[in-house]
Design a protein. Structure first.
Length: 345
């Protein structure tokens, strides 16, 4: 039976711990051990963790006297404690779905080249009923690690929430832990680092975990800008460290930068449409786009932004259909130019 080490970092989430731990202990077809690490929570989280450990011998609890931060806490569990065939890192406020560990480990048991397996994570607001999970597997999608890395570069964002991932412990400990320089996008860099060293698989048709959306959670334009900066840092760190191991690394890096630049410019455009220029860091978004992709001035989103600046925020929402049409015409023109240039070489 596959052994799975499950690390549950906790900070002020003691009220969620019993449900999270129970979702792990109820997994069938695997031998699980759980480590709860309370990172000096100011509430009763430590007491809850110690109580859960006392109730089941498969559960261990550690309590930090001084807050060490989430990155150090993750690495403590994954690199210093985990000794099962496979490992999982799951936040105390998330849940595993029935059978998720057996489904994921079966894929890696059958193919030693696969370094991690993931599936769909069902997102739910915690002020709503927990949805019924899908548990009937429709197949398994496998990629070489470099194929999957190419997908990540094309999309420009992380496709994984995190609780739906099961990793091969030997690979995790060989490539190291989460980077302290990436407090917000360390998981994206981690999955790409796995892809440099191993293959990747996705279990289709099922929900592998529940990702909790807290009812009070909010985002804003400034946070979005900082997220873009951190995403770029994740790609930069990955390619700086492993570019010599990735064929066409320069092209993939530019592809990711182009996608990030387009997103930054699109968000700047949306600020004009919604009359949110006073709370949107437009100048920083444009500067970021230029830093991420050297040919930013050729992008249709760049010209869309210039147009919006000229007509102004008061008129911009009424001309939105015309602006979209103009952007589409520019895209067609750019595609025609690229095709002509390619055929003419």
């Amino acid at each position: 039976m596959p052994t799975v080490s499950v690390v549950i970092p906790c900070y002020k989430y003691g009220r969620f711990l019993p449900g999270c731990v129970r979702s792990v202990l109820d997994q069938e077809g695997v031998d699980v051990r759980v480590l709860i690490i309370d990172d000096a929570s100011p509430d009763d989280s430590a007491q809850v963790a110690l109580r859960l450990a006392a109730e089941d011998e498969r559960v261990e609890a550690r309590v930090h006297e001084v807050n060490q931060g989430h990155i150090a806490t993750y690495n403590e569990g994954l690199l210093e404690w985990a000794d099962g065939d496979y490992s999982v890192l799951i936040s105390a406020d998330d849940l595993m779905t029935p059978g998720s560990l057996a489904r994921a480990t079966a894929v890696m048991e059958a193919d030693p080249a696969i370094g991690f397996v993931y599936g769909h994570a069902a997102w739910w607001r915690d002020d709503q009923p927990l949805p019924t999970p899908r548990v009937d597997v429709k197949g398994v999608q496998r990629w070489s690690g470099l194929e999957w890395l190419g997908i990540m570069c094309r999309l420009g964002h992380n496709v994984i929430s995190s609780p739906e991932v099961v990793v091969r412990t030997s690979v995790q400990q060989a490539i190291g832990g989460y980077r302290p320089q990436l407090p917000h996008t360390g998981d994206a860099e981690m999955w790409m680092r796995f892809a440099v060293h191993s293959d990747v698989a996705y279990v289709k048709g099922v929900d592998q975990a529940y990702y909790r959306i807290h009812a009070e959670q909010m985002t804003n334009d400034r946070v979005t800008y900082l997220d873009l900066v951190q995403r770029k840092a994740a790609y930069d760190m990955l390619f700086d460290a492993y570019g010599d191991r990735v064929p066409n690394a320069g092209r993939l890096r530019r592809r990711a930068g182009r996608k990030l630049a387009k997103e930054a410019l699109w968000r700047a455009c949306r600020a004009y449409e919604r009359r949110r220029m006073d709370i949107t860091p437009i100048t920083e978004l444009v500067e970021f786009a230029h830093s991420a992709y050297p040919h930013t001035a050729r992008l249709p989103e760049y010209w869309g932004l210039r147009w919006r600046e000229k007509v102004g925020p008061e008129v911009c929402p009424y001309l939105q259909p015309l602006m979209v049409s103009a952007v589409h015409r520019r895209v067609r023109s750019e595609l025609w130019w690229r095709r002509w240039a390619r055929e003419g070489v």
